[in-house]
Design a protein around this ligand. Structure first.
Ligand SMILES: Nc1ncnc2c1ncn2[C@@H]1O[C@H](COP(=O)(O)OP(=O)(O)O)[C@@H](O)[C@H]1O
Ligand SMILES: [Mg+2]
Length: 292
C-alpha cells in the first residue's frame, strides 16, 4: 500500500478518535472554516462595502494571517451577483495583466495592449449596463514585478461612466506591499485607495475561540487542547493562524498515536521542535471564556 493511502487510513482513524468529520486544521484557505475574530469580521465587512462601492482597496497582513481565506469568503458573499476575476500569481507585465483580465471576463484576449484595452473597456461598459460590474482581486500583490504593472491597474480604475467606477479592485499582499506603495512615485495609485485594512495576529482569547471554532466546524464535540497547550500555541505562533494550524495538526496526530485524549503543553513543544519553530514562553495573561 502506498504511504499516501496509509496516511489516509491513519487520518480517518484520527478523525473518528476525536469525533471529527473533517480535518479541523487543514492548510487550505477554506472559507467554510472562517472564524470571524474582531479583525477578520471587520475586514470582511469593510471589503464587502468597498467592493459594492467599486473602490480600490488594499488588504495587508503577515504570511498566514488569513488574507486569502478572507478573499474566498468575500467571493462567496459576492456569489453570482458580479463576475470575479481572481489573480493569484501576479508576476505579470502590464500586457500579461490585461490578457489575464480579458480572459477572466470571458474575452479571447487580443495580442496588443491597445486592442486589449479596447476589449476590456467595451466589456466593462456592457457589464455596467447590466449592473454587474466585475471585481478584480489580486492576491500576493507584493509579487507584482514592476511599477508599470501597478500603473496599468491604476489606469483600469480610471474607467468611469457618469462618475461611476466600472470595476472594483482589491489588492492583497504581505506588509511589504504597503511599504512599497508608500514610495513617492506610487502616490497616484496610493491616492486612489479608498479602503485599507491591516490584518494583525489573533489575541490569546481569539486563539482559544479560533481553535474551538475550527474543531466545531470539523464536527468535533470537544476541545482536546488544555488551556496551557493553547497558551503555548499562541506564544509560539504569535497568533498567526497558519502556524496554529501546523502546531494543532501535528499535536493531534501525535496524541492519537499515543491514544491520548487530551493534548498538553509537552505535545505542543514537541510539535514546535518538529517544525523548527522557536519556543516562546507564554505570557501570564487571563483567558476569558466566552463560549458561543
Ligand atoms: N479567520 C480565520 N478563520 C479560520 N481559518 C483561518 C483564519 N485565518 C487564517 N486561517 C487559516 O490559516 C491558514 C492561513 O490562512 P491564509 O488565508 O492562507 O493566510 P494568508 O493568505 O494571509 O497567508 C489557512 O489554513 C486558513 O484556513
Ligand atoms: Mg495568501
Amino acid at each position: 500500500m502506498s504511504s499516501v493511502s496509509l496516511w489516509l487510513i491513519y487520518f480517518h482513524m484520527f478523525e473518528e478518535f476525536f469525533g471529527l468529520t473533517a480535518k479541523p486544521f487543514g492548510k487550505t484557505p477554506d472559507p467554510g472554516f472562517l472564524y470571524e475574530s474582531a479583525q477578520h469580521g471587520e475586514a470582511l465587512a469593510r471589503l464587502e462595502y468597498a467592493v459594492e462601492e467599486k473602490e480600490l482597496s488594499l488588504l495587508v497582513g503577515e504570511i498566514g494571517s488569513g488574507k486569502t481565506t478572507l478573499s474566498r469568503a468575500l467571493i462567496d458573499r459576492i456569489g453570482d451577483a458580479r463576475p470575479v476575476i481572481l489573480l493569484i500569481n501576479p508576476r505579470l507585465t502590464p500586457t500579461q495583466l490585461l490578457r489575464s483580465i480579458a480572459s477572466g471576463l470571458g474575452i479571447q484576449p487580443a495580442r496588443f495592449r491597445n486592442e486589449l484595452l479596447d476589449q476590456i473597456h467595451t466589456k466593462l461598459f456592457e457589464l455596467y449596463e447590466a449592473g454587474r460590474e466585475p471585481v478584480l482581486i489580486i492576491d500576493e500583490a507584493q509579487l507584482i514585478p514592476t511599477k508599470s504593472t501597478f500603473d496599468e491597474i491604476r489606469l483600469l480604475t480610471n474607467f468611469q461612466l457618469d462618475d461611476q467606477n466600472l470595476l472594483s479592485v482589491l489588492l492583497i499582499g504581505q506588509p511589504e506591499l504597503e511599504t512599497r506603495l508608500e514610495r513617492a512615485h506610487y502616490a497616484p495609485l496610493r491616492q486612489r485607495i479608498g479602503m485599507r485594512y491591516r490584518l494583525g495576529p489573533l489575541t490569546l482569547n481569539e486563539t482559544v475561540n479560533y481553535i474551538e471554532h475550527r474543531i466545531r466546524v470539523a464536527g468535533g464535540s470537544r476541545n482536546p487542547f488544555t488551556e496551557d497547550a493553547v497558551r503555548a500555541m499562541h506564544a509560539i505562533s504569535g497568533g498567526i493562524p497558519r502556524v496554529l494550524n501546523t502546531l494543532a495538526t501535528t499535536a493531534l496526530l501525535d496524541a492519537f498515536g499515543d491514544d491520548a485524549e487530551t493534548i498538553d503543553v509537552s505535545r505542543i513543544s514537541a510539535a514546535a521542535r518538529e517544525h523548527r519553530l522557536r519556543e516562546v514562553p507564554p505570557k501570564d495573561e487571563r483567558i476569558d471564556h466566552v463560549h458561543g
